[in-house]
Write a protein that binds this ligand. Structure first.
Ligand SMILES: Cc1ncc(C[n+]2csc(CCOP(=O)(O)OP(=O)(O)O)c2C)c(N)n1
Ligand SMILES: [Mg+2]
Length: 334
């Protein structure tokens, strides 16, 4: 029985009401991320912005569940599929969408764009386009926390394609050797671009890579946001209380192509439809229903999300770009 099933079936009033509020918040966040990315896909198709756009649709429970187990002062680093992690870490849809549109009201004044969201104040340290390149950076962040003894934990997200990179292995070697407070989360969505895992890796259980470095590991399917929160929460406690790293492999699935330019011809519609049957956002709503959240309350959340994203797009549309002089000012430092 999962934690949420226990909560719902053994109604202890106090715990249940807390759990209910959390369930609603996780559902709201997952839905907002889904709607935000749908709006981004539409805007991209309308050529409101160019460059790359990698959508996270289908994987929302992983970012929302794991970041829910963090403290606000903890650090998060992710890949180019990072809009969700940024939102879950507290960045607003307005500053995210405006950043993608290249507008001056964006998180980095429009200079970063889709793959480079960054928010130092919220300890969201990027957004990276080089596969595996940020894993050593996250390890360095965890080293800084240990050196300063600041009690913070670093969550580092990457795809299944990253674990064949040397940077991944170098980072795990040092994280283990120096006992760093970090959780490495491999979001295994079964493909790196158009390559299925079995064509690029001899060992399909990614979590086994932890054995080589003598660090803790975990592996599970990620469509249940509460399961993600609780299992990642265990690793976060290990990092914070014992200063030990963990490698977690979370099996998940992206519904869209690798990026907007990918028609996804390497997999069948049946396969995608099969995964959609365990959609994290739908499951999140079902959890709320089972916890006897009023239907009206759910509809109000859904309407709130619709308005939030609509307003964020309008805000980004109405915002201007930096001038050439400002561009120089924010690119170079005296
Ligand atoms: C070092 C490097 N090599 C190649 C690329 C091109 N590239 C971009 S994403 C990607 C696939 C990565 O797949 P995975 O790590 O599974 O992440 P996912 O896109 O599935 O989330 C590749 C090969 C890159 N960005 N960086
Ligand atoms: Mg992948």
């Amino acid at each position: 029985m999962s934690a949420i099933e226990r909560e719902v079936m053994e109604p202890r009033e106090k715990t249940r009401s807390v759990e209910k509020a959390q369930l609603l918040e996780y559902y709201r966040q997952m839905l907002a991320i889904r709607r935000m990315e749908e709006a981004l896909a539409k805007a991209y198709s309308m050529r409101k912005f160019g460059g790359f756009l990698h959508l996270y649709i289908g994987q929302e429970s992983v970012a929302v569940g794991s970041i829910a187990a963090l403290r606000p002062d903890d650090y998060v680093l992710a890949t180019y599929r990072e809009h969700a992690h940024a939102y879950a870490k507290g960045m607003g849809a307005k500053e995210i969408i405006a950043e993608l549109f290249g507008k001056r009201t964006g998180a980095s004044k429009g200079l970063g764009g889709s793959m480079h969201l960054f928010d130092a104040a919220r300890n969201f340290l990027g957004g990276y386009g080089i596969v595996g390149g940020h894993i050593p950076l996250a390890t360095g962040t965890a080293f800084a926390s240990k050196y300063r003894n600041d009690g913070r934990v670093t969550l580092c997200y990457f795809g299944d394609g990253s674990v064949a990179q040397g940077a991944f292995h170098e980072a795990l070697t040092l994280a283990s050797l120096w006992k760093l407070p970090i959780v490495f989360i491999c979001e295994n969505n079964l493909y790196s671009m158009g390559t299925p895992l079995h064509r690029s890796m001899s060992v399909l259980d990614v979590s086994q890579k932890a054995l080589a470095y003598g660090i803790a590991r975990d592996r599970f399917e990620g469509e249940d946001v509460i399961k993600v929160r609780d299992r990642v929460g265990e690793a976060i406690r290990r990092a914070r209380n014992e200063s030990l790293p963990t490698l977690i492999e979370i099996i998940t699935y992206r519904y869209r192509g690798h990026s907007m330019s990918d028609a996804g011809l390497y997999r069948t519609k049946d396969e995608v439809d099969e995964w959609k049957k365990r959609d994290p956002v739908t499951i999140g709503r079902e959890f709320c229903e089972r916890a006897q959240v009023d239907e009206k309350e759910l509809l109000a959340i859904e309407e709130g999300v619709r308005r939030e994203i609509e307003e964020a797009v309008a805000f980004a549309d109405a915002s201007g770009e930096l001038t050439f002089e400002e561009l120089e000012q924010f690119t170079y430092k005296e």
